[in-house]
Design a protein around this ligand. Structure first.
Ligand code: ATP
Ligand code: MG
Length: 431
């Protein structure tokens, strides 16, 4: 293997730890890990996001972080299982998950807080075929650095010798970080793992960085090898879900637009337009509270694609049953004429589907949009019992009247309970 001369930068370790967590017990926790690794003579380090973001924070004074908690990844060049056994003797905790990739997710109970940490074995990866998951085996620190996606994610901060409390830069990554460049480590990077194209888009957009020339070259290689086409729907979907769930909402449309501009959706068989993406995201932000979070990504994707592309959505991990439901609702919606019928359909269709259909039905789109904005707040104030006391005995009629009240409230024709009652009395008297 080529030899590397690492560039080393000592840092203020206390400051780094405070950046990760303000908790005193977190510092003690890291101290314990260090002592154990030192005693075992194994190299323990942070790498990737936390180091990158810390350096950006230090130089810029602020940095945009992903949503939610910072995920803490710690890597060990050594026998991770044996290391963790010792750790768990000293700190209360439980392994939540052990993966085939030599990683462990562990939940620790520190004094007043719980802490979840991902432990990773330093490893090398080989790709047996285009766009399939790699074969992973334990490797050296250098191999672990060289398997990573972008130069800015290769910076490591050592916790134990030989690189204690220094940032190790093997491949001049700091230069790219300073210049704000997203550069893959080699030109076959996206052939091996095309999900890196999505990852790179997230970094470029979130950090306001630009793609290096090598990014486009690696993309070109991936397109030549048709590696995006070979990715499984689940893997593509997981990446898109990270756009929606992990990134700040204010960059959502840019994430999808950049993905379009890189030609990714086209390669996957979808023709998205910039305008539609923008419009969809703006609408989504307004109504998302009324859509179940687990369907957010699907709602958006359905909105973005053309009607003729709906049947291809299995490619983006939609289930066949979901696609059938979408097509059925769409066809039905097109046939219906009266507001009452349309309203009834909206009431009986999942909101994520309704959202996606807004872009597919010209004249009814506004009606659906309005419905999604208000549906959680429209509820008749009178109920079945009130109707019974007014002499309505038939169960189906009660249901129908309540639905009509809901529709009238939605159209703002009825404001309050008094108006509902008046309207009902009048309606009943004409039966
Ligand atoms: P974020 O701020 O989005 O969490 P991160 O750099 O911490 O950024 P993670 O997804 O948490 O990203 O992954 C941790 C590290 O693992 C990355 O910094 C990168 O070095 C490496 N990594 C993750 N996914 C890949 C991949 N598909 N190919 C190569 N390296 C990867
Ligand atoms: Mg991370």
């Amino acid at each position: 293997m080529k030899s590397f001369t690492p560039e080393l930068e000592p840092i203020n370790f206390e400051e780094f730890l405070s950046f990760l967590s303000p908790l005193e017990e977190f510092k003690e926790f890291v101290e314990t890990l260090r002592n154990i690794a030192r005693k075992r003579g194994e190299f323990l380090y942070f790498v990737g996001g936390v180091v990158r973001d810390y350096l950006l924070f230090k130089t810029q004074g602020s940095v945009t972080l992903p949503q939610g908690q910072k995920d803490i990844d710690i890597v060990l060049e050594g026998d991770l299982e044996a290391f963790l056994e010792e750790v768990l003797k000293q700190i209360k905790g439980k392994v939540l998950f052990k993966s085939q990739f030599l990683t462990f997710k562990v939940k620790f109970s520190l004094r007043d807080h719980e802490l979840i940490v991902d432990f990773i074995t330093a490893r090398k990866e080989t790709y047996p075929d285009v766009a399939v998951l790699p074969i992973v085996s334990p490797g050296s620190f250098i191999e672990d650095i060289l398997r990573r996606d972008f130069t800015i994610n290769t910076l490591a901060l050592g916790l134990t010798p030989p690189y204690e409390e220094v940032i190790v830069d093997l491949i001049k990554a700091k230069k790219d970080l300073k210049q704000g460049i997203i550069k893959p480590l080699h030109l076959k990077s996206f052939v091996d793992d095309p999900t890196r194209i999505f990852r790179g888009t997230r970094y470029a957009t979130r950090l306001n960085f630009r793609f290096a020339e090598e990014f486009y070259q690696a993309l070109e290689e991936a397109l030549k090898a048709e590696s995006l086409k070979k990715l499984t729907p689940t893997r593509i979907y997981n990446e898109l879900e990270l756009f929606v769930k992990k990134e700040p909402m204010n960059i959502l449309s840019e994430l999808f637009i950049t993905t379009c501009e890189l030609g990714v959706f086209k390669e996957l068989g979808f023709n998205l337009s910039k305008e539609k993406v923008k419009h969809g995201v703006e609408l989504f932000i307004k109504v998302k509270e009324n859509i179940k979070a687990k369907f957010w990504t699907k709602a958006l994707l359905l909105f973005f694609v053309k009607e003729g592309e709906v049947k291809s959505l299995e490619r983006l991990n939609f289930h066949k049953k979901e696609i059938d439901k979408v097509i059925k609702a769409l066809n039905r919606l097109k046939e219906l004429n009266t507001e009452e019928e349309v309203f009834d359909l909206l009431e009986n269709t999942e909101n994520w589907i309704l959202f996606g259909l807004i872009s597919k039905v010209k004249n009814k789109g506004k009606f659906i949009e309005e419905y999604l904005l208000t549906c959680s707040s429209i509820k008749p104030e009178i109920d079945g019992n009130t109707l019974k006391s007014l002499g309505v005995k038939n169960g189906r009629l009660i249901g129908k009247i309540l639905k009509l009240i809901k529709l009238k409230k939605f159209k703002k024709e009825l404001k309050d309970k008094k108006e509902e009652l008046e309207w009902v009395k009048n309606y009943v008297s004409q039966l």
